[in-house]
Design a protein around this ligand. Structure first.
Ligand SMILES: [Zn+2]
Length: 333
């Protein structure tokens, strides 16, 4: 389901040159569903077949404003068939997965993961997902003076910069002069970066398999201290000896005994955040060692320190030193 009623959609009218403008958008939307499809098909320019996605961009500019405001979202088919970039917010409903969304809108899973900075490890209904057509990252301009050159250089990794800039200009329908004189985007613009995927470097649960959480992040009655205190992480009960893997890649900054945490490993990530793994029965890694997400074994589950039974105490601490709910971070950064 598209999220139109809650007013999330209209920000797609903060369009950049590659996106359908408000008026045309309304028109397109007004057509809706099958009718929309039928009209789109009839709009195919001579020599272009709808199967090839060959809808003439000129077609859209022929529309006048004489259109009734309708539902504001074109069908996913429109996303697939319109050669221009379209993006919108989509609210996840029952039966949908990131895979079905990707194919419905004419993109792929990695593009949606990159655009949303979310690996979608956990999906819940009602989750708002930025959808778009085209393969690659839909970049949101967040700075005030971001230029074509700046963005292209940042994401060109291993590609020819000049060719990449040309692709961006074409894909986003920027004026051709952008290549010669440069181009500065407005804050909030969305830029399609064709073929760009992000290595999201997101968090995972630190086990190969997972059963449940026994104590969540937040205020709780402490079973040993017998009083209410804040639980800075989540407790995952597992049999003694179960291997613990890094939730995210990074460098070990602490390995050893740490008071109530017992045998503990701390891994710092490149953005400065830190994961803490407590109550281990055995530690495999040393401080200074680089560890890879879900590959390097950090240690084994135990019950060392202040613990009532075998479990892993798993904590995520932001670069500013604040503990956050680890479950809210899984699949994200
Ligand atoms: Zn705990």
């Amino acid at each position: 389901m598209m999220d139109v009623r809650k007013g999330k959609f209209p920000d797609s009218s903060r369009v950049f040159p590659g996106t359908i403008s408000g008026v045309r958008w309304k028109l397109l939307a007004g057509l809706g569903g099958l009718l929309c499809m039928a009209v789109l098909s009839s709009a195919v320019a001579p020599g272009l077949s709808p199967a090839a996605g060959g809808i003439s961009p000129v077609y859209y500019s022929r529309f006048s404003v004489l259109t009734s405001p309708g539902p504001e979202t074109p069908s996913p088919e429109a996303f697939r068939l319109i050669p221009r970039l379209i993006h919108a917010n989509h609210k996840l409903t029952r039966g949908e997965t990131v895979r079905t969304l990707a194919s419905a809108y004419g993109t792929d899973v990695r593009s949606l993961q990159s655009t949303n900075a979310n690996d979608f490890v956990f999906m819940r209904y009602g989750l708002s997902i930025r959808v778009h057509n085209g393969i690659g990252l839909l970049y949101e301009v967040t700075g005030v003076n971001e230029t074509l050159n700046g963005i292209a250089s940042r994401y060109a990794v291993g590609r020819d910069l000049k060719a990449f800039k040309e692709e961006i200009v074409q894909e986003n329908e920027l004026p051709p002069s952008a290549l010669l004189t440069g181009y500065t985007f407005k804050k909030g613009d969305r830029v399609h970066l064709p073929g760009v995927y992000l290595d999201l470097d997101t968090y995972r649960l630190p086990f190969r398999s997972f059963s449940r959480i026994s104590s969540r992040f937040g205020m709780r009655y402490h079973p040993i201290l017998k009083r209410r205190i804040f639980h800075q992480g989540c407790d995952i009960p597992m049999p003694i000896g179960t291997p613990v893997y890094p939730s995210r890649s990074g460098r070990v900054v602490f390995s050893g005994w740490k008071g109530g945490y017992g045998n503990t490993v701390e891994v710092r990530h490149k953005d400065g955040s830190l994961c803490r793994y407590g109550h281990l029965s055995h530690i495999y890694v040393k401080a200074g060692q680089t560890v890879q997400r879900m590959k390097t074994r950090l240690g084994k589950v135990g019950s060392s320190g202040m613990s009532t039974g075998p479990h892993l105490h798993f904590e995520i601490i932001t670069p500013s030193g604040k503990a956050v709910n680890p479950l809210s971070k899984i699949g994200k950064r």
